[in-house]
Ligand binder design. Structure first.
Ligand code: UDX
Length: 439
């Protein structure tokens, strides 16, 4: 099938490359000339495991993948046209849909009377499809056009998105047109995953519901961690005991410093905004957001309790800056927020992340921060070392050995990555999230 993708961010580039890998002819459009030139040369705008190799293969060897800035060519190409542009949160917490609408209008401008399906993959609030349709018609003007709109939300996780696209738990497609649903079903049929065919509003809501529910699970276990700290329970054991109930499941029950990233914070807030717009106060979501904010404050309070609120003269080692492991993405990274708080209180920070150093440097600058090229070097003369991103390699370090280089042997484990018993018996002070420490 001929497929067009509008937008070469995480969703667009990964989806385009994966569709090409499935044997379809894909044209990806981006308005950013530099980005398009780079992708043509095999330079990816994002770090994503396996993406560069996949794009190089489908683009240069199998020749089923092209990138362009030419809207006319792109729109003429695809039977299915996927809108995959960004929907960042605006200052009121709602999704900013201006890129979605300008893409819709541009599509309309080049549509002809040949039937096409315009599919939104970007995460958009319920009801957006009506406006997408309006903007397409606005772009088309007085021309006769023949199209349907559909919604096909993606559930890709950064860092594992290519795997996720090939091993999805389910496919969600929404449209009022049977013809559009059938075309989209053809695209995904080979995956052997359940296909949820529904109306447009339900498809749009499913994405928000799924992300908000996962964020709720995280905030729930984070709140439980507070109860654990106050009662002598261990949140890891509580999560294990809860998660073995297969109605609950073990995933997304890792207590920590809170969720971040380009999706959860934005989508929870946007769903709350949508509910308010429909005169419903989604109280549970307020609690989820509130707990997420408080969780990092509780963590910083542990530091203040140990060192006082003025951290001048102290040097801390920081392990992890990305919003989670497996990515260089620092958008809404709680690690970055904590680094800012520690620096703001006067500490000097030696920081390391396996992938996000460059992005972190752009965001944080060099004031009070030394960027280190190995995890081990952050231990040198440190008054404490902080684990802020759940990179598995941080669990493999020899803390007993590395702590010899520290000024004070203290670990703040914001991701519960380490075994407290082992760390404490190696002679370090350990501060985790909701852990039992009196062995
Ligand atoms: C998320 C959804 O999982 C994905 O389906 C959707 O398409 C996009 O949003 P992503 O943002 O890539 O994906 O990251 P995810 O792995 O879900 O983690 C989000 C945040 O939650 C991270 O900051 C992570 O550290 C945190 N997290 C996750 C926890 O604090 N505890 C957990 O148990 C799981």
């Amino acid at each position: 099938m001929n497929i067009t993708i509008i937008g070469t961010g995480y969703v667009g580039l990964v989806s385009g490359a994966v569709f090409a890998d499935w044997g379809h002819n894909v044209v990806c459009l981006d308005v950013d000339k530099k980005k398009v030139q780079n992708i043509k040369k095999g330079i990816m705008p994002i770090y994503e495991e396996g993406l560069e190799e996949l794009v190089k293969r489908v683009q240069n060897i199998e020749k089923r993948f092209r990138v362009t800035t030419d809207y006319k060519k792109a729109v003429e190409h695809g039977k299915l046209i996927f809108i995959c542009v960004g929907t960042p949160g605006n200052s009121q917490g709602a999704a900013d849909l201006s890129y979605v609408f300008s893409a819709s209008e541009a599509i309309g401008k080049y549509l002809k009377n040949e039937y096409k399906v315009i599919v939104t993959k970007s995460t958009v609030p319920v009801g957006t499809h009506n406006k997408v349709k309006e903007y397409i018609l606005k772009g088309a003007g007085s021309k006769k056009v023949n199209f349907d709109v559909a919604s096909n939300p993606e559930f890709l996780r950064e860092g594992t998105s290519i795997y996720d696209a090939n091993h999805t738990d389910r496919v969600v497609i929404g449209s009022d047109s049977k013809k559009a649903l059938n075309l989209l079903e053809r695209l995904y049929k080979h995956l052997n995953a359940p296909i949820v065919k529904t109306n447009l509003a339900s498809a749009e809501l499913i994405k928000y519901a799924a992300n908000a529910f996962l964020a709720t699970k995280i905030s729930f276990i984070n709140e439980m961690s507070q109860i654990c700290e106050r009662t002598g329970a261990d949140v890891k054991d509580v999560a294990l005991g809860m998660g073995l109930d297969n109605r609950i499941g073990p995933k997304f029950l890792n207590a920590g410093i809170g969720y971040g990233g380009s999706c959860f914070p934005k989508d929870v807030e946007a769903l709350y905004r949508t509910s308010s717009e429909y005169f419903y106060d989604f109280r549970l979501l307020r609690g989820v957001m509130d707990a997420n904010e408080r969780q990092k404050i509780y963590f910083i309070e542990k530091v203040y309790k140990k060192f006082g609120t003025n951290l001048t003269g102290l040097t801390f080692g920081i392990l992890g800056l990305a919003f989670k492991n497996g990515t260089d993405d620092i958008r809404k990274s709680v690690a970055i927020e904590i680094v800012k708080m520690l620096r703001g209180a006067g500490a000097v920070l030696n920081v390391y992340d396996p992938a996000a150093l460059k992005n972190a440097k752009n965001a944080l600058g060099v004031n009070g921060i030394n960027y280190r090229l190995s995890s081990k070097s952050v231990f040198n003369k440190a008054d404490a070392v902080f684990i802020l991103t759940e990179w598995p390699e941080f669990a493999e370090l020899n803390y007993a050995h590395l702590s010899k280089k520290m000024r004070k042997k203290i670990i703040f484990d914001g991701r519960n990555l380490l075994n407290p018993k082992e760390v404490i018996s190696a002679g370090l002070d350990y501060y985790g999230i909701g852990r039992f420490l009196n062995f």
